[in-house]
Design a protein around this ligand. Structure first.
Ligand SMILES: *Cc1c(COP(=O)(O)O)cnc(C)c1O
Length: 401
């Protein structure tokens, strides 16, 4: 009997009851705007910021409308100006170069390794080209952050971390988002907490924090923030920082606070599923499982394998055969952008020299989401299907046709 998987790769869990209750309370009192507070009320958005700052050990936190908005705000607050070059990953998703382009700056792409992390040799070679690195921990793979920070500190590069896939992760015990000057997180449905849309930004830099808060649309109500620097810092920046509205509202914040309290437990559940996939796929001929370093505390909310040096037609055959059995894989080798997946050479507003070593890796990446609605048994089934279909195509020979 041919096994078929019938689960949905895009179905997340419901919002926890505590989040639904908190959301209803906000709807019932009607004060959704974060600065619309009753006497003595602190507000869900401000409390969310205070709690997330404590959770990752940051001095300051700002909640905003999206992860992409957090990235562009971080870049602006760090002083990036139109025309400035900004180093960033060639392997990431479109909102990352998009955030750079949104402020009129120019992405300079850095390659990816077989570990799916930023190529630090390529970074070192390009370090002289920009003052800021927008580092994406794409699909949760964290590079050697100690070496990355050495390279960037030596070159005077400010690091902004895109932690859309690493909320709850760490490198060498330091939470993701806390190595660089700013950490940015997404609270969009497909990430680690779900408010539909939303983003968080953390930093220990008081001027970046004050600028980001004013940029997000605080008007002169910044004293209603609980994870913000003192008024004297705002005095220094308030006249030359524009208001570019992108605040989070109390409704989304209310939905998020209970989810953040559950984050560690959710991470354990994701990693239980991840390890089942890993165990089911290790040792498959022709397929490379990405071994995670011990120094990395990851969140297995998605899973990648490599079919290195396979001809395109053979990879397409695997994708089709898996899809026919209910296993939807994304491929980063396709020439045309599809769904959420695109490549550095699809972002034509950001011209770039060809990157052959990166192209080799991108052409090999198969990617899947692992929503928590999948059971560990579902993950075992997915692994069996992928292993079998890779086996069928590989046996046939992968010599170029
Ligand atoms: C989702 C995502 C973002 C942007 O987050 P939004 O909240 O959707 O704006 C940024 N970087 C990566 C890698 C993402 O996956």
């Amino acid at each position: 009997m041919t096994e078929i998987f019938t689960g949905s790769f895009t179905q997340q869990e419901p919002i926890p009851e505590a989040g639904i209750e908190a959301a209803l309370a906000v709807l019932r009192h009607g004060r959704l705007h974060r600065y619309n507070l009753a006497p003595g009320e602190l507000g869900e958005a401000a409390l969310l910021e205070q709690e997330f700052a404590a959770q990752v050990g940051a001095k300051y936190c700002l909640a905003v409308t999206s992860g992409g908005y957090a990235l562009s705000t971080a870049l602006r607050a760090a002083g990036v100006k139109p025309g400035d070059p900004v180093l960033s990953n060639a392997f990431t998703l479109a909102p990352v170069p998009g955030a750079i382009a949104s402020i009129g700056a120019r992405p300079v792409f850095v390659g990816v390794t077989e570990a799916l992390t930023l190529d630090l040799d390529d970074l070192a070679a390009k370090a002289g080209q920009a003052r800021v690195l927008l580092l994406s921990h794409m699909r949760g793979h964290i590079c050697d952050m100690d070496r990355l920070m050495q390279i960037c500190d030596a070159a005077g590069i400010t690091v902004i971390e895109d932690c859309a896939h690493t909320m709850g992760a760490a490198w060498n015990g330091v939470p993701s988002g806390r190595h660089g000057a700013v950490g940015c997180y997404s609270c969009q449905t497909y990430k680690h907490v779900n408010s539909g849309e939303g983003g968080l930004l953390v930093t220990d830099d008081e001027e970046i924090a004050a600028r980001a808060i004013i940029l997000s649309g605080s008007y002169m109500l910044y004293e209603r923030h609980l994870a913000a620097p003192g008024p004297e810092v705002f005095e220094r920046v308030k006249y030359d920082t524009p208001n570019i509205s992108g605040r989070m509202d109390n409704l989304r914040a209310a939905i998020l606070r209970p989810q953040l309290r559950d984050l560690d437990a959710q991470v354990r559940r994701w990693n239980d599923r991840y390890r089942v996939l890993e165990a089911g796929l290790r040792g498959t001929p022709g397929l490379t499982v990405i071994e995670r370093p011990e120094t990395e505390t990851y969140v297995g909310s998605s899973f990648q394998v490599l079919l290195l040096d396979w001809p395109e037609q053979k990879i397409e055959a695997v994708l089709q055969r898996c899809a026919a059995r209910g296993v939807e894989l994304k491929w980063f080798g396709a020439a045309e952008p599809q769904g959420f997946t695109s490549r550095y050479d699809s972002w034509r507003y950001a011209p770039c020299e060809p990157m052959p070593r990166t192209d080799r890796i991108l052409a090999a990446i198969l990617d899947m989401r692992v929503p928590l609605t999948f059971s560990p048994a579902d993950c075992a089934l997915i692994a069996r299907i992928l292993r079998a279909e890779v086996g069928v195509v590989f046996q046939d020979g992968i010599a170029a046709i």
